[in-house]
Design a protein around this ligand. Structure first.
Ligand code: SF4
Length: 745
């Protein structure tokens, strides 16, 4: 309740990138409480994390002042400095590195979205001339996004985020996502639709809230998604359930796909996946015969490792395409591009292709060419048919793979990286083989590491400068899904920044101003938003008073423009893939580690490990210092079948070691009925803000952090270089035993 001293301001939840609207109660310039905004057209409720808004905003461990390292990296010794001094010193070091090693020697890591931090970072990188910028998208679905853009020339990400209208969507398939944890608002929309008649199919190896309500649950062996998709395609093609008219008019490569699918009759797909053949047939028929069906976006298929991931992401693209469910009302609508704003011009993508100084592609382009400047040029050429400037895929194409970022720092291979700017990202807890990242970030060969974030993290703790970022209560906000959408939401800041926190835009603007980017940068974030909104003839302050903008939904746009591919059609064997040396029709391949592909490893590590999932209390690696959330979810959990646990002498809640060939970490056992006996699931992204910052602790980053024992080698990463998080091999045993780890590499 407001008192006479408080005012109520419309604001944005500061906690994650969804940017839910809220009302902030402000007294004496401070936010004292928040509540959901009843007028919001988004969520009219805040999730658990959103309910902790004030706790997050005023948390005593928030970073409030720029810090400069004293002593060695990781010693926990800092000197407080002013923002201007930090900018001067960082800019001077960057300028020197550019002179000695070239623009490409500077890499940028992005993470949790801090308002316009990502687009501002992209703009800075494009103007500066480095293709070595990395973003959470690398972990968060890049491989699926690139497959969609190659097959359709469009993506369907935003249709997944739009929720389900039961009048229009007869069947909805959740594949590669667990929305009950990662997107609770979206999952509520699925449940409401199901109550009104939409049938729900869920593909997941684990029992979850989503599988509990599914009309059909396809409980596959981890990593075998590609075989499942091909089994369903076999049924759909053999039974003639595909959309013949659409395929004949709009698809190339159908004969190749039919030939491939013929190798995966239900019995064979069942042998690989463990899904009963009758369920594969039932799901295929239900999906293909629906008047309109939506098949979700999801990150899991991007984490299946080399080979298994490619068939997993292409399989989903093929299912949507041959059933005609793309850009169909009730199916997978294509994303809009940001046509009513200057977003794409303002991010200066053109410089990524044609830069006056840059001469080299990103550090992993030779190994994963699909994620490179070279690929960006190809996508742009093909997608010009539907995106006037061809930039529809830009921000999700050129991310280098972390393995080669670390190698470039440590071994100058393929060329040196000398400076790293980490923004809103805690790399040591979010990338495979984080020991590799640690070695690189600690190396003297890295001349500069800057971290900007809300809290000191294990990654920031080994930086040279740490900068305090504002949250969304104390900075203006405008969100359009990183330019993949023409829908915008915007809110002004509820209060001025506390202490010396700065918004993420200011970092790039101030460095740009010192490094010759001059008037490319309006001096404030509001000024940049004004410039973005110029084509819409509205100022940011006026725009922010509205709830936002959503364009009218359009469908079957390909009837006017064709598809954004070389042929203008849906390319089931995409030309971009074949030009870059990938074989889209290779079919299902076993994950890099599995009882089938590596029985010699399975002898010592007999359990199949899934990780990389989200839990509602946390946003990736963040929020573990927020008491109300930590009380809800105090420990990292290792889910294990009760019979398997019993056989290992493990009780519910007991500490266990999870061990892979790279080492072991400790989590607590959670016995889960219905989990296959040879499958375990480990929580990701864990560290302990309550533990000492200085090494060797580094906030306990090596205690429970599953990412530290997952591989990042080129041989196991997906076709884009995405981390291999799901379907690996491990063993599990009681942490009380004095049992040494059996193998280290
Ligand atoms: S934390 Fe929850 S309430 Fe806040 S923006 Fe994210 S989803 Fe919305």
């Amino acid at each position: 309740m407001s008192t006479s001293e408080t005012i109520v301001k419309k604001g944005t939840c500061p906690v994650c990138g969804n940017g839910c609207h809220l009302l902030a109660h402000v007294a004496d310039g401070r936010v004292v409480s928040t509540e959901p905004d009843p007028d919001s057209v988004m969520n009219r409720r805040l999730c658990e994390r959103g309910a902790a808004t004030v706790e997050y905003h005023t948390h005593p461990q928030r970073l409030n002042y720029p810090l400069k390292r004293l002593g060695g990296r990781g010693q926990g010794k800092w000197q407080r400095i002013g923002w201007e001094q930090a900018m001067d010193e960082i800019a001077a070091t960057l300028g020197g590195i550019r002179d000695r090693y070239g623009t490409e020697a500077v890499a940028v890591l992005g993470g949790s979205p801090h308002g316009p931090g990502d687009p501002a970072a992209w703009k800075w990188c494009n103007l500066w001339g480095t293709p070595n910028f990395f973003h959470l998208g690398k972990n968060c679905g890049e491989a699926e996004f690139l497959a969609e853009c190659a097959v359709y020339g469009y993506d369907t990400v935003t249709s997944w985020a739009e929720g389900i209208d039961p009048q229009k969507t007869a069947v909805a398939v959740m594949w590669g996502a667990n929305a009950s944890q990662s997107a609770p608002g979206l999952w509520r929309s699925w449940r409401r639709a199901q109550e009104k008649g939409t049938k729900v199919i869920v593909v997941d190896p684990r029992p979850t809230d989503c599988t509990a309500l599914a009309d059909i649950w396809l409980q596959l062996r981890p990593g075998t998604d590609g075989a499942l998709a091909l089994g369903m395609l076999n049924v759909i093609i053999e039974e003639g359930l595909y959309d013949r008219g659409f395929v004949e008019k709009w698809c190339t490569g159908f004969d190749q796909l039919s030939e491939l699918a013929r190798r995966y009759p239900p019995a064979e797909a069942s042998r690989i996946t463990r899904v009963p053949p009758e369920d594969i047939v039932r799901a295929a028929r239900m999906y293909a015969t629906a008047r309109a069906a939506l098949l979700s976006y999801g990150v899991a298929n991007c984490h299946l490792g080399s080979g298994a991931g490619l068939s997993g992401v292409l399989g989903k693209c093929w299912l949507r395409a041959i059933t005609g469910n793309i850009d169909r009302e009730g199916g997978n609508r294509f994303s809009d591009w940001p046509q009513y704003t200057a977003f794409l011009d303002e991010v200066d993508w053109e410089y990524q292709i044609n830069h006056p100084i840059r001469t080299r592609d990103n550090v992993s382009a030779h190994r994963w060419p699909i994620a490179s400047v070279k690929a960006l040029e190809m996508y742009r050429e093909a997608m010009k048919k539907v995106y006037p400037k061809g930039w529809g895929a830009a921000q999700y194409v050129i991310y280098p793979a972390p393995y080669y970022l670390w190698k470039a720092i440590l071994d100058d291979d393929p060329y040196p990286i000398k400076a790293m700017i980490s923004q809103g990202t805690n790399t040591l807890c979010s990338m495979g083989n984080s020991r590799h990242a640690y070695d690189a970030l600690k190396s003297d060969k890295l001349e500069l590491h800057v971290a900007m974030d809300h809290f000191m993290t294990p990654t920031a703790a080994i930086a040279d400068y740490v900068l305090p970022a504002t949250d969304a209560l104390e900075r203006p906000n405008m969100i359009n899904m990183w330019g993949m959408s023409n829908a915008y939401i915007g809110r002004e800041a509820a209060v001025s920044p506390l202490h010396q926190r700065h918004d993420d835009y200011q970092l790039w603007c101030d460095l740009g101003a010192r490094l010759g980017q001059g008037d490319m940068w309006p001096s404030t974030l509001e000024g940049w938003f004004d410039r973005l909104l110029e084509p819409a003839s509205v100022s940011f302050s006026d725009f922010a008073r509205s709830w936002g903008y959503t364009p009218p939904r359009e469908y079957q746009r390909y009837e006017k423009t064709g598809f954004g591919t070389f042929s203008g059609k849906v390319e089931l064997a995409p030309g971009i893939f074949t030009k870059l040396g990938y074989d889209p029709m290779e079919g299902y391949r076993e994950p890099p580690q599995s009882p089938v592909s590596t029985p010699e490893i399975a002898q010592d590590y007999p359990l199949i490990l899934i990780s990389g999932s989200r839990v509602r209390a946390y946003h990736h690696s963040s929020h573990r210092q927020v008491d109300s959330l930590r009380q809800r979810y105090p420990h990292p959990l290792l889910q294990i079948n009760p019979a398997t646990a019993s056989g290992l002498g493990i009780a519910d809640g007991e500490e266990v070691y999870i061990e892979t060939p790279l080492g072991r970490v400790k989590q607590r056992a959670q016995l889960v009925e219905g989990l296959p006996p040879d499958v375990v699931h480990a929580d990701g992204y864990w560290w302990y803000p309550e533990m000492p910052e200085a090494e060797p602790s580094l906030f306990g980053v090596w205690e429970s952090n599953i990412d530290s024992i997952l591989p990042d080698d080129p041989g196991v990463c997906d076709y884009t270089g995405d981390s291999y998080f799901r379907g690996l091999l491990c063993r599990v045993y009681r942490a009380v035993e004095k049992q040494p780890a059996i193998k280290r590499t």
